[in-house]
Write a protein that binds this ligand. Structure first.
Ligand SMILES: Cc1ncc(COP(=O)(O)O)c(C=O)c1O
Length: 453
């Protein structure tokens, strides 16, 4: 194929790869203006490439689409989807607020420019130490998940002599039709206080009675990824009923309201995800209808997108190694990463697409299974995908790898954490270096041992 033809050709899977993806004059996959083979040459594999244009575009889309319809909106990036210093700075620059679930996420956010009052603290089992760190930092909101946390927050705030703004996480018992492991809004969930059992009311009563807690509103997160919009209005109606009942019974003013996150991204060709505008329309119109219909003042709205802000921006690049053909059964092609950097296929059965970075336009000629290099049979990244013939040394690009891959990465088999680069307009910035053998060993200590007890 000539250079001219390459330039004109559309990138396959364009709606799944980052916005700034195309084909280079050399005929290679290019992201953010950077030739992926050149990135691999420079930084090695596995390599996670994040496209700055997609990150900024998604942040602006959620901010813009929600605040255009409902100006009193905060967009909080759910850091659990994946965060590092550069990403925290980029999202802070874009005007996002943040949702953290651990002392570690909080420390990273504070160290990289997030103001504490723009951060909310989630999680179902915040430790006393984490609660104290959050309050000492001046955290914006604590999301109360259960009775113990109400007690812990009250005790911590009293000791530090502060009155802490908080939100109560409730369980509306609405099914978002996601994988069982990522469904959180149903009755049988470790998260939040269920409305149907009366426990949400009891939690609210306790929080209102706590002198050092300023209970501002209610929150629910249904699950993730939610490809339909319907569960949001369903949950909003249940929560508005609850808000009205709590006003009548306890004089509670619901000034803040969050339907959580869970907005989907497209992973494979046959499951496109709704645009931010579709979620924004469904949520803001349902919220307005639900509150005005019950003669309640409109609350401040807060949403918590995680994967939808970062999923599409990230592409994982791997080098192909060995190949095993089992006649009439399956052909395994192994790459130099796998479940240590992306455990989603193993734990959720998540599906992905892939392209050969050096020849993205080559025709698919065989069906193979892309296996990882780790010592688990379940370490398979993609089962039965049609690809051009692969040989050792080829670079495989897996799109939609930005969310919950590196965030859930491990050192299984003492795998080295991959390098991460941020690309924009032909420039690549290393934002996280590859781990080294020294990194793996640096926390080992060889003490003589102390007498304990
Ligand atoms: C409370 C809460 N908010 C937001 C999110 C983010 O979900 P997603 O990344 O699907 O948007 C999660 C995910 O687990 C969550 O538990």
């Amino acid at each position: 194929m000539t250079t001219k033809e390459n330039e004109a050709a559309a990138l396959p899977l364009a709606s799944i790869f980052p916005i700034a993806s195309d084909i280079s004059p050399a005929g290679h996959l290019r992201i953010g203006g950077c030739d992926t083979l050149a990135l691999v040459e420079r930084y090695g594999t596995p390599l996670y490439v994040f496209d700055e244009a997609t990150l900024r575009h998604q942040a602006r889309a959620f901010l813009g689409e929600f605040s255009r319809r409902y100006p009193d909106t905060t967009v909080r990036y759910a850091a659990k989807a994946y965060i590092n210093g550069a990403l925290a700075r980029l999202f802070a620059e874009e005007g996002l607020s943040l949702d953290v679930v651990s002392g570690g996420e909080l420390a990273l956010a504070l160290a990289n420019g997030f103001r504490a009052d723009r951060i909310e603290f989630h999680g179902n089992n915040k430790t006393p130490q984490e609660m104290e760190e959050a309050l000492r930092a001046g955290i914006g909101r604590v999301v109360l998940d259960n009775y113990d946390e109400i007690e812990l927050l009250e005790a911590t705030a009293a000791r530090l002599n502060v009155r802490q703004a908080a939100i109560l996480r409730v369980g509306p018992n609405v099914d978002p039709h996601t994988h069982g492991h990522t469904t959180t809004g149903l009755l049988d969930s470790k998260f939040g206080l269920p409305i149907p059992t009366g426990q949400a009311e009891e939690g609210l009563r306790r929080a209102l009675a706590a002198p050092h807690i300023d209970l501002l509103g209610i929150h629910a997160h249904l699950g993730s990824p939610i490809f339909e919009t319907k569960p949001y209005p369903q949950a909003i109606a249940v929560m508005a009923d609850f808000a009205l009942a709590m006003k009548q019974m306890h004089g509670f003013d619901c000034r803040e309201f969050s339907p959580g996150g869970g907005f989907a991204v497209q992973y494979v060709t046959d499951t496109p995800a709704p645009e931010p505008a579709i979620y924004a329309e469904a949520i803001t119109s349902a919220l307005r209808d639900a509150f005005t219909g019950r003669e309640l003042p409109l609350p401040h709205l807060s949403i918590e997108p995680g994967r939808s802000l970062i999923g599409r921006a990230g592409v994982a690049l791997y080098t192909v190694g060995s190949r095993k053909e089992i006649p009439d059964v399956r052909t395994y092609v192994s790459v130099d990463g796998g479940m240590a950097d992306n455990i989603r296929p193993a734990i959720y059965g998540s599906k992905y697409e892939a392209l050969v970075a050096g020849r993205p336009l080559a025709a698919a000629e065989e069906t193979v299974t892309i296996a990882g290099k780790y010592c688990e049979s379940g370490d398979v990244l993609i089962r039965d995908i049609a690809l051009p013939p692969l040989k050792a040394g080829d670079v495989l690009a897996i799109p939609a790898s930005g969310a919950y891959c590196l965030a859930m990465a491990s050192n299984y088999n003492l795998a080295l954490g991959p390098a991460v680069v941020l690309v924009a307009e032909g420039r690549a910035r290393l934002v996280r270096r590859r781990e080294t053998y020294e990194d793996l060993m640096q926390r080992d200590v060889f003490e003589d041992g102390d007498v304990i007890g």
